[in-house]
Design a protein around this ligand. Sequence first.
Ligand SMILES: *Cc1c(COP(=O)(O)O)cnc(C)c1O
Length: 366
Amino acid sequence: MIPVTKPYLPNREKLNKYIDGIYERQWLTNNGVLVQELTRRLEEYLGVENLLLVSNGTLALQIAYRALGVSGAAPGEQPEAITTPFTFIATASSLKWDGIEPVFVDIDPETWCLAPGNIEAAITPNTRAIVPVHVFGNACDVEAIDIIAKKHDLKVIYDGCHAFGVKYKGESLLKHGDAATLSFHATKLFHTAEGGAIIFKRKEDLERARKMINFGITGPEKIEEIGINAKLNEFQAAMGLCVLNEMEQNLEARAEVWQRYEKALGQTLRLQAKHQALDYNYAYFPVVFDSEEKAVRVATALKENGVLARRYFYPSLESVDCLDAKVEQPVSKDIASRILCLPIFDQLAQSDQSMIITVIEAELKA
Ligand SMILES: *Cc1c(COP(=O)(O)O)cnc(C)c1O
């Protein structure tokens, strides 16, 4: 089977060198030297400050909510956050898990990101934050969202899990918001097998979060507050450093795959409208068909040819029962029903990609 993505596996000998170092130091976790090195290297690579490594992208979101005071309610209070239904489940479930009610607002039909024009109507006295997603690495309308947040005194936490390395107007897209989060799960563009990071706008928020990810412990005999365990370990950091060292070749290979798809399918299928000021990371290749029936038919034909295209993000999250959302979001529901993500990863053979394109073209004609 050709999967929709494959984890990037860096050079094994180089990984072994890092692991030898871990064995020599016998220091496996708790802010070890490799975690410190990866923090510096990522800040430099992304062009950001105040980056905190954590154990996954879901905890990155939850720690950000806590550090920014979005979660934590007095009796009788029910904090709410406005978010998008067109994303991976973790964006919304992390809110719910933290006692924050996700309030869905529909997306823009072209960019597939939260539509700023829909936000204000959903604000209530309980609203504390906006949690937009730079979906598939596209930029949200960060300026419009910023204006709304300031006007209503709301925090903005961007789920930037798809936006590693994406530049907006020449700078990291992840600089926007009170915080932006990343996932370093194995299937993401940059990964540490499991892992994640939070990029804070303000140093004091970073310091608050730093305490939180280590049980609230601040000294050998000092526990300042209730925290959690959300640390990244040295083995994960070693993987991250190796993947980062080879980022250039990973990106080049993906860009080639992406461009071949675009050339072959960009005229006949609907692609995500990227923000004009965007420097893209080629992390995903989603296409939208003109009906759900066609999307499913293409997915089936690909499967018969040993290719696993995935229907994501499907379903639109307001229709997931355990999230208790009541209002249908028609744009998100529509896009979700007709979308497929095509296989994209550095090792995808050109012959396999040609086969994928041929199968899709044949189904479109049928
Ligand atoms: C992957 C992903 C997450 C979750 O990250 P994990 O590291 O798997 O916990 C959250 N949001 C989005 C948009 C994602 O793609």
